[in-house]
Design a protein around this ligand. Sequence first.
Ligand code: AP5
Length: 219
Amino acid sequence: MAKTDTLHFILLGAPGAGKGTQAAYLNENWGLTHISTGDILRAEVRAGSALGNEAKSYMESGKLVPDQLIIDMMEEKLKTLDKGYILDGFPRTVAQAEALGEMLTRINHKLDAVVNIEVGDDELIRRLTGRRVCPKCNSVFHIYTMKPKVEGICDNCGGELIQRKDDQIDAITTRLVAFKDQTQPLIEYYQSSGKLVTVDGTIGVPAVAEKIRAALTGE
Ligand code: AP5
C-alpha cells in the first residue's frame, strides 16, 4: 500500500457531509493528525478565550467566522505539525484558500489533494438534526444511524452527548447558505489546480473512506 502517513489533504463538503466522521476514521487507520477548525473553535469558546468570545456568535448563528481570525489561528497550528494531516473545515473561502497556499509554501508542506464529499440537502438536514456529539473527545453519533451503545453516552470516553447549538434548523439553513455562497467556489478553485477529487458521501462510512483511500493512493 502507498505511504499514507505523510499526506496533507483537505476534506471539503457541506455541513453534515461527513468530514469529521471521515477524518476520525482515516486518522485511526492512517495515523494522520486531524485538524478540525470547528473543534478548535468550539474548544476556544468553552475556554472563554478572546478568540472563542469573538467566534461564538458567528458559530451559533451558523455564519462563518471572519477570515483573518481563522487564518491567524491556522498559521499557528500548521507551523507545529511535522507529519501528515487532514484539514477538516479549512479553507472555507477563497481568501482562506489563498492564505493556506502561502502558508504551505512558507513552511514547505505540499498539498496532496482536496477531497470533496458530496451529499444532497435533504440528507444533510437529516444528519445534522439527528447528530449528537461528545464535547470531551469530539466523537460524533447519530440518533438513528450511528447510535451510541448506551443512549446519550459517548462510546469512546463515557462523556455525556449533546446537540450542537448550530444543529438547530435555523442555524442549519444559514450554514447551508454560507456553504453555497462562500465555500462551494473552492470546488472550482481546486479543480483548476488539478487537486480535486469528488466522492459520493452517501454510501456508508467505511465505503466513503475506501473511496478516499483509493483516490489518494491511486490503488
Ligand atoms: P464545523 O464544525 O466545521 O461544522 P461544519 O462544516 O458545518 O461541519 P459539521 O461538523 O457540521 O459536519 P461534518 O461534515 O463534519 O459531518 P459529521 O462527520 O459530523 O464548523 C462549525 C462552525 O465553526 C461554522 O459554522 C463556522 O461558524 C465556524 N468555522 C469552522 N471553520 C471555519 C472556517 N474555516 N472559516 C470560518 N468559520 C469557520 O457527520 C454529520 C452526521 O452525519 C453525524 O451524525 C454522522 O454520524 C452522520 N454521518 C457521517 N457520515 C455518514 C455516512 N456516510 N452515512 C450516514 N451518516 C453519516
